[in-house]
Every structure is written in structure tokens, then in C-alpha cells.
Design a protein around this ligand. Structure first.
Ligand code: AGP
Length: 594
């Protein structure tokens, strides 16, 4: 959702910023730009397209201070003009976020000015230019007091040998090294550049130069922010011989599960305290995180026999949720930045709920509002489509539900050691699944289909939703996830010879029922394939429809394996259709705006 990078030091700024933007491209890739400062002169290069479109023009930007941006358009279509940085007078700015009152501010302060771009961000540079009277920090403070919405903004000013930062509700990290300072939206931008980073808080400002980063709070008092290790390294971002990050990250799913199990021990004690009086759980998140929440709902209901609901975070935050005494809200987010999920967690907290974050980002906006953070230890996920983070979430949620069951002494209660061992026993099976499941033939069928329906019952339905999301996201094929039993209540009308159904069957007791759905689709001339670990089901269906067998596992842990299968299917289908699976059109990895 837009990536920003700033540098000030002794090296040429443009190449450093270009490298940082390349590593942040997962946050948006419809246009990019860099501005540098050289002896009081600001130069700008910006272009529609990916960061690589900047390569040649960035070489001509001189100066040892600069700011850069890779964009995911919110206001104003992708174009050279709407690309950031925006420069007016002595200033250039890059912005991640949305200025919700930009039209109002424009009408109030610049009624007769023709703006250069159609972006909400241009108002920031115009206001800085208007209110600046020699003190950069004061101008930033004044402008920030006028803005409504969310922003992480980097500013260069002709009078200051460095760059400035202001932050509200959009993420920004800062760091310094020997004679240089950096800022970025996320740690990978600073991989190999900065070993320690600080996360700015809402309302913070910073001035960054060759002599270091000075942080100020909202009253412009100097502020200290905790320094943490930047775990993103050049090696951790390497493709390791894979063609795409999606492939690499699917292959890393087993270690995501294993590392998440190890990391759980660190929070078990705290989680017990938070769960002490909990009698009801609401799970929230967006996209894939919501889909893993649907699996968690089943875990909590069946292991802890406790009422559990799953709510899409963007819906939850705008309703008037019923938070009774003893309600815990589990907020799931890979990035920990998703605006809807963070706001849902804040709302839940303000209404008295205990908030449990399940996240791959240990220092994020979500963790700041949570009573306890259950780590997903998947490592950096670069591909826009979530894969290994889903696996990590399932492992974390399984253990969370088992802990809740043990506290409530329910029949499914077992020692946490056993619960962890159950996941660890799946890891080799998952390694085998991601390495050897042959999805080529089915991917060919899906690539030719007009629409693909993922069907399943109970926990398989939750995975069907994830399979459908993955496929539509990276192939642009119309797809739906549906409960297998619901097919006949409407969706069957859509089935014809150009449609494909992928039926997931991992529960022996529901297999025959799901096979009915297979027959219903075949009878309407639709194509069908089945992903199953039920031996009898495979035997009955082989020869009739393509059957992809995944290893047998306890029913509740089957999403670890069946999700890997549907991820591989989406990946292979994208390759056939020559889509870029890592950077699907119109999307960005972290959705930090509404
Ligand atoms: C998943 O493939 C998507 N890219 C998307 O649905 C994602 O899961 C969603 O935006 C939530 O992101 P988060 O986990 O970082 O909060």
C-alpha cells in the first residue's frame, strides 16, 4: 500500500533509494519516483510503471539526500503526473496513506490554484510550502494538525540537509548507521543497510541527516523510541533459485509451521492470563487472515466448546458489536498493518474486550493495541498472495484453541506438548505436499475455465474460500468458494461445460455427502476435480474425475495440507496464463487504508 524510502548520508542517495524501493515493491507497483537534494536544489524523477522504469532516470539524480515512493493508487489513476514525489517550491514529499479531507483543505487554502496531479497527497506539499517560514518542524506540526486520514510522509526541504518524517496511522521505521540515516515503510527496504530500526508512533516527527535521526513527539519534544533488530537481510529476501516469491514462500510453509510452534512457547503464560475469564471469542481479519479465522472458529468451538464467531474486520469495525463480559477478540493479520483489522482491534479494546493479535509482524500497529501477541513465525512474505503466513496462522490458532480448551478442561484438552507434537508430525507431510503435489493437469483445466468453484464442507469449506481467493487474486479467473451442500440452492445454475469445480474432501464422515456435489456438477456437464486425503473417496472417484491425493492427517490439521494444494494450484494456473503471481494487478500487500 505504497512504499516510501528516505536516505541522507554520504553516498549518492538515488541508488540507495532505488534499491530500497525495489525491496518494497510488494506494497504497490503502479508508479514510482525519487527526489534528491543537492546543494539546495531538488530534482525529481517519476514514472508510471514498476520501480524498474526509474532505473535510467534515477542515475541522473545527484545528491546525498533523497526520498522515494512506489505507489498503489488510491486517488488519481496511475500516471507519471500522479506518481510521487510531489514537489512545490522548496519542498518535495512522498506519502503513504490517504488524506481524507484533501478536497476541503484545497477549497479552503487554494481555491484558485490548479493542482498538478489528481492525488490527495499534493495537498501536503502545497500546505508545507504555504506554512513554512524557516522552521521545518513547526511547518510539519502545523500541516499535520490540518490533515485528516492516515499518513507516513517523507519531506525534503531545500533549506535542510536531510529529510523530515511525519507519521499518523501509516507505518514508518527509521534507523541510522555510520554517518547516514534511513526511513522506510517496512524493514525489507533497509535490509543490509540498517541493523537497528525504531518504529515511529502516531503523531511522531523526525529529522534525519548524516548526523543521525532525531525523533520528536507530537508536542515537538525530543522522544526516544525502542530500537529493535532489523531481521530482514539480503539473504532472507533472496529467491533461492525459485522463479517467484510465491513459489519460494509455499516451499517455506513447513518451516513457517515449525517455527510458529516453537515461538508459541514464549507467549503461552501470558495467553493463559489473558484467557483467564474468557467465555466467548470473536475472530477478525481480512482476506486470507479472515479465512484462517474461519478455521479458528471451528477449532475454538470444537476443542474449547466455547461460542466463537468470525467477522470480517471491515464489517466488524462499523457495526455496533456486542462485547459482553468475558469476550476475547482474536485479530489476525500477516502484516499487523491492515487498517480495518487494526481499527477493529481498537474498537474491541475500547469496548472492554481482551485483544489477542495473531501476526507475522511482532512490532506493528496491531501489536500496540493487543493484550498479547501470538507470533506467526513465517518470516518476511513478499508475494502479495499470502501462503506461508496462512500456514503459520493455522498453526498458531490451533495451539491457541488447544490452550483455551485446556484452561476450560474440555474433552479436547491435552497437554500443549502433545498439541505441538501433532503439528510437528504434519511438517514432513507438508514438506512432501509442497514439493511433490502435481497440479499441472488440473491447472490446465482451471486456466481454460470461465469460472472455478471451490467446494467443501465444514473445515474444508474454510479452505475452499482460501483456494478461491488465491486463484482469483493471481489469475483473474472468476472464482467462488462455496459450502458443498449449498451448491444446489442456487450456484448450480451457473454450472456448464466451461465451469470447473474443485472439491476438497478431508473428512471421512462427510465424504459421501461431498461426492453428491461432484455428481451434481458432472450431471450439468461441469468439470470436476477432487483434492482429498480420504482413501475410500479417492478409490470411488478415480477414473471418474481427476483426484489429487494429499497425505492423511487428523481432520483439524488438514488445512495445513489442503491449503498448500490450492496455493500450488493457483500458482501453476497463474504461470499457464502468464500472470505475475507475485504482483497481481490492482493489488498491494499491506492495505493500510480503508
Ligand atoms: C491474501 O492473499 C491477500 N493478499 C489479502 O487477502 C490479505 O490476506 C489481506 O489483505 C489481509 O492482510 P493482512 O494479513 O496483512 O492483514
Amino acid at each position: 500500500m505504497c512504499g516510501i524510502v528516505g536516505y541522507s548520508g554520504r553516498a549518492a542517495a538515488a541508488p540507495v533509494i532505488y534499491g530500497g524501493l525495489k525491496r518494497l515493491e510488494y506494497r504497490g507497483y503502479d508508479s514510482a519516483g525519487i527526489a534528491t537534494l543537492d546543494g539546495g536544489n531538488i530534482s525529481v524523477a517519476k514514472k508510471q510503471g514498476k520501480v524498474s522504469s526509474l532505473e535510467s532516470c534515477a542515475e541522473n539524480l545527484s545528491g546525498e539526500t533523497g526520498i522515494g515512493h512506489t505507489r498503489w493508487a488510491t486517488h488519481g489513476k496511475p500516471s507519471d503526473t500522479n506518481a510521487h514525489p510531489h514537489a512545490i517550491g522548496k519542498f518535495a514529499v512522498v506519502h503513504n496513506g490517504i488524506i481524507e479531507n484533501y478536497a476541503e483543505l484545497k477549497a479552503r487554502y487554494f481555491p484558485d490554484t490548479d493542482f498538478l496531479s489528481r492525488t490527495d497527497s499534493e495537498i501536503i506539499v502545497r500546505l508545507l510550502d504555504k506554512f513554512y517560514s524557516g522552521n521545518l518542524l513547526h511547518a510539519l506540526k502545523e500541516v499535520s494538525s490540518l490533515l485528516k486520514g492516515s499518513y507516513a510522509v517523507l519531506v525534503i526541504c531545500a533549506d535542510f540537509k536531510g529529510f523530515a518524517v511525519m507519521k499518523y496511522k501509516s507505518p514508518v521505521i527509521v534507523g541510522g548507521g555510520r554517518g547516514e540515516s534511513f526511513a522506510a515503510s517496512d524493514a525489507p527496504a533497509l535490509a543490509g543497510l540498517c541493523k537497528k530500526i525504531s518504529i515511529l508512533e502516531d503523531g511522531d516527527f523526525a529529522l534525519a541527516s548524516a548526523s543521525g535521526v532525531k525523533i520528536y513527539d507530537n508536542n515537538l519534544n525530543p522522544a526516544a523510541r525502542q530500537k529493535i533488530i532489523n531481521r530482514a537481510t539480503a539473504a532472507s529476501l533472496d529467491l533461492n533459485g525459485c522463479a517467484h516469491y510465491m513459489q519460494k514462500e509455499i516451499l517455506e510453509s513447513p518451516s513457517a509451521a515449525e517455527n510458529t510452534v516453537k515461538a508459541f512457547s514464549r507467549v503461552q503464560g501470558k495467553l493463559k492470563e489473558v484467557f483467564a475469564d474468557v467465555a466467548r471469542v470473536i475472530i477478525t481479519g481480512c482476506g486470507t487472515a479472515y479465512n484462517s479465522g474461519l478455521v479458528a472458529k471451528r477449532y475454538i468451538e470444537s476443542f474449547a466448546r466455547m461460542p466463537a464467531e468470525a467477522e470480517i474486520a471491515g464489517e466488524f469495525r462499523y457495526k455496533n458489536p456486542v462485547i459482553t463480559t468475558g469476550t476475547a477478540v482474536i485479530a489476525i493479520s500477516q502484516s499487523g498493518e491492515t487498517a480495518d483489522t487494526v481499527e477493529a482491534a481498537k474498537l474491541a479494546k475500547s469496548l472492554g474486550a481482551k485483544v489477542i493479535a495473531v501476526t507475522n509482524a511482532p512490532y506493528s500497529a496491531l501489536t500496540l493495541v493487543s493484550d498479547v501477541v501470538v507470533p506467526v513465525a513465517a518470516g518476511h512474505e513478499i508475494c502479495v498472495a499470502a501462503t506461508k503466513s496462512y500456514t503459520g496462522q493455522i498453526a498458531a490458532l490451533y495451539l491457541t484453541a488447544k490452550l483455551l480448551a485446556s484452561l476450560n478442561k474440555k474433552p479436547a484438552a491435552q497437554t500443549m506438548k502433545n498439541a505441538k507434537a501433532e503439528i510437528c508430525a504434519i511438517v514432513p507431510l507438508l514438506t512432501d505436499t509442497v514439493a511433490h503435489t502435481d497440479m499441472d493437469a488440473l491447472a490446465q483445466v482451471c486456466a481454460r475455465a470461465d469460472g472455478v468453484y471451490f467446494l467443501g464442507r465444514d473445515i474444508d469449506y474454510a479452505v475452499a474460500l482460501e483456494g478461491s481467493l488465491k486463484l482469483k487474486e493471481i489469475t483473474y479467473i472468476q472464482s467462488e468458494g462455496y459450502p458443498a451442500g449449498e451448491l444446489k440452492h442456487g450456484t448450480l445454475a451457473l454450472i456448464d461445460e466451461n465451469k470447473t469445480a474443485v472439491v476438497i474432501i478431508t473428512d471421512e464422515n462427510l465424504a459421501i455427502k461431498c461426492e453428491n456435489a461432484v455428481e451434481q456438477v458432472l450431471s450439468r456437464k461441469g468439470k470436476v476435480a477432487v483434492i482429498t486425503n480420504v482413501t475410500g473417496c479417492a478409490r470411488r472417484l478415480k477414473g471418474k474425475v481427476p483426484v489429487i491425493e494429499i497425505p492423511p492427517s487428523p481432520k483439524e490439521l488438514s488445512p495445513l495440507l489442503s491449503a498448500a494444494a490450492v496455493q500450488l494450484l493457483a500458482y501453476k494456473t497463474a504461470l499457464i496464463l502468464e500472470r505475475n503471481p507475485d504482483q497481481p494487478r490492482n493489488l498491494a500487500k499491506s492495505v493500510t487504508v480503508e
